[in-house]
Design a protein around this ligand. Structure first.
Ligand code: PBG
Length: 330
């Protein structure tokens, strides 16, 4: 058919009309990002007096305590939805005893941030042991060297109560132990922390993309987390994990990494009646930064595009190291 001269009986349908101008594209856009749905993950390191750069995550630093409080205030000013705090302790041991110590870096930092920002943003804390263990696993080890699920639950319960006491509004159960959400919920309720929310990392895949995070928290992990994090080959398993976490009382469920698993984000959004979050993890960030540093991609454009894609797939909350920068562009 000659499109220049369509026959009157077969008019050319022209979707391009809706792409003609920026105003038209804005009018018909189905997905919009808003600062309130962005959460900034942050690292706070014990015993430093200056911020410490993370070489594999250009632009991201390990904060001092004071620097973290300033960053939290910037998040409030930017209208972000929240902040997720990760602690980097000076010393680590087999059971991760710094994690539930009220004087441990994460708990001290949480109190400082909550004192400064109150409920102006949602203050979240990572509820996992890997930042605190000398072997780098997300739990405690049995005699045979495997991660002991049920012993780890005891540690998580104690950590959860310590974080709630420090004032955390929402606990990110990211260790992928079976039963962790229910166990932590029960421990919180027993101590009267009925209003402390649980953000369950429900579908968390094992991934090479966590590499830069290992530098960020100075993890000493040798090997991988394949016996507790999910196999990237599987999708159905995610639905099971989501169902379990929701049944155990998760207030928000999360999928991570985000962009490699947009099918899972979409599936979670379809089946979940609690909000669905997605975490654009360290390696997703670093991939964009590395390509941009080489001049191969337009950094700001890919940054915004990546977040839009995650939202379009069905996430209503996005954890991203770009949160402040992206919010400034919205
Ligand atoms: C567990 C935890 C990890 C991340 C968030 N929580 C590390 C892991 O599972 O290996 C990764 C976040 C990122 O890579 O940006 N404490």
């Amino acid at each position: 058919m000659n499109l220049a001269q369509p026959s009157p009986a077969v008019p050319v349908i022209r979707p391009r009309r809706l792409r003609r101008s920026a105003a038209m594209r804005r009018l018909v856009a189905e997905t919009r990002l808003h600062p309130a749905e962005l959460v900034l993950p942050v690292f706070v390191r014990e015993g430093i007096t200056e911020p410490h750069p993370i070489s594999s995550m250009p632009g991201v630093v390990q904060h001092t305590l004071d620097g973290l409080v300033d960053e939290a205030r910037r998040c409030v000013d930017a209208g972000l939805g929240g902040i997720m705090i990760f602690g980097v302790p000076l010393t680590k041991d087999a059971t991760g005893s710094g994690a539930d110590d009220p004087a441990g870096i994460l708990n001290v930092a949480t109190s400082r941030v909550v004192e400064a920002v109150g409920h102006d943003i949602v203050v979240m804390t990572d509820l996992c042991l890997d930042e605190f263990t000398d072997h780098g696993h997300c739990g405690v080890l049995a005699a045979d060297g495997t991660v002991d699920n049920d012993e780890t639950l005891e540690r998580y319960a104690s950590m959860a109560v310590a974080q709630a006491r420090a004032g955390s509004h929402a606990l990110g159960t990211s260790g992928m132990m079976d039963g962790q959400v229910g166990y932590v919920r029960e421990a919180l309720d027993a101590e009267g922390f009925i209003d402390t929310a649980i953000v369950a990392y429900a579908a968390k895949y094992t991934s090479g993309l966590y590499g830069p995070f290992r530098e960020a928290v100075q993890s000493s992990l040798v090997g991988d987390r394949a016996t507790y994090q999910q196999d990237p080959a599987n999708a159905t398993e995610s639905l099971r994990e989501l169902e379990l976490d929701i049944a155990e009382g998760a207030d928000i469920v999360m999928v991570k990494p985000a962009q490699p698993h947009l099918d899972i984000v979409a599936a979670a959004a379809a089946m979940s009646h609690v909000p669905v979050a997605a975490y654009q993890i360290s390696g997703e960030y670093s991939q964009i930064e590395a390509a941009a540093a080489n001049g191969w991609i337009d950094r700001d454009r890919v940054m915004m595009e990546s977040l839009l894609n995650i939202k379009r797939a069905g996430a209503s909350i996005i954890l991203t190291y770009y949160a402040l920068e992206a919010a400034a562009r919205l």
